[in-house]
Design a protein around this ligand. Sequence first.
Ligand code: AMP
Length: 351
Amino acid sequence: MTSLPLGATIGILGGGQLGRMLSVAAARLGYRTHIFEPDTAPAADVVHALTTASYEDTAALTAFGKAVDVITYEFENIPTSALDTLEALAPIQPNRRALATSQDRITEKDFLTGLGLKTAPYANVESAADLDAALAELGTPSILKTRRFGYDGKGQLRLKDGDTGAAYAQMNDAPCVLEGFIDFSHEVSVIAARNADGQVSCFDPGENIHKDGILRTTTVPARLSASQRTDAVLMAAQILNALDYVGVMGLELFVTPQGLIVNEIAPRVHNSGHWTQNGCVIDQFEQHIRAITGLPLGDGQRYADVVMENLIGEDMDRLPDLLSAGNAALHLYGKAETKPGRKMGHVNRVS
Ligand code: AMP
């Protein structure tokens, strides 16, 4: 495919830290970015243009769509009506099928199992009676999750022995999925990219530790056997090809004695891929920009061991120590206010 000319403008839906780091990578490759964000945008410091408007504002969406050459996004919960408006004006990458698949946990699991990949056992739950039936099938422990709009462990309820369908009352009538509990030894993720020519490139899997549903650290290399490593990368490539995907995707996996089980896919650059900024020649952000602008992909090769640690809330008090460590690359998001649970930055320790 022909690549976007230098100076072309990439539209990004969402102006958080991912939009910010995508914008820096785009600028390095000679592209401009235009962010669309309803709230305050940490990305605003580093972009060419910013539209502050809601996803219901059709006039603002139309002006944005006309001003950009390609549209991408940093989060998956974009309203369908906004996408309908935008897709008439500029190509959206990753494509809408990838978005629709990952927006709904049941659609996503149906897609993954249809490819022959393993997921947690699951059942649709839209009422207390559904939850009773699902509990009879899947048992406890199990996890009830909203089908849509969940992130960082939000919208989830762990069910234990003795729980019944009555627990559904805590989910505010949202359509849910009940997932059987996976007894995993650890969690890993693969960050993978595909461009429109079908070139696929994967980064080395990272091992992830979550606390209170939020990613705390990613360590590369992950504890995986050679065959598990190959399996993880092949799974990612299979998913990308099946979706005719263009861009970077995050694939989260549980490691179990029975093999790798897919937790979820994210159709965007991913927090567990931040280590690539200091462990690879071409990081996940540049890889995503290369993919959506039609440039050849980097090879994803890792040249260092890295531990990425998220700086959340009061972790910012440790800045002086972090700055005085010689091998810690600091990436701050420019957020004005530090709040508990808020991702303020991350640090990559390289060895
Ligand atoms: P999620 O939002 O689906 O990524 O879930 C957040 C975290 O909850 C995961 O990273 C796991 O640590 C845990 N988790 C989610 N689903 C399951 C499951 N089916 N079995 C065991 N742990 C799970």
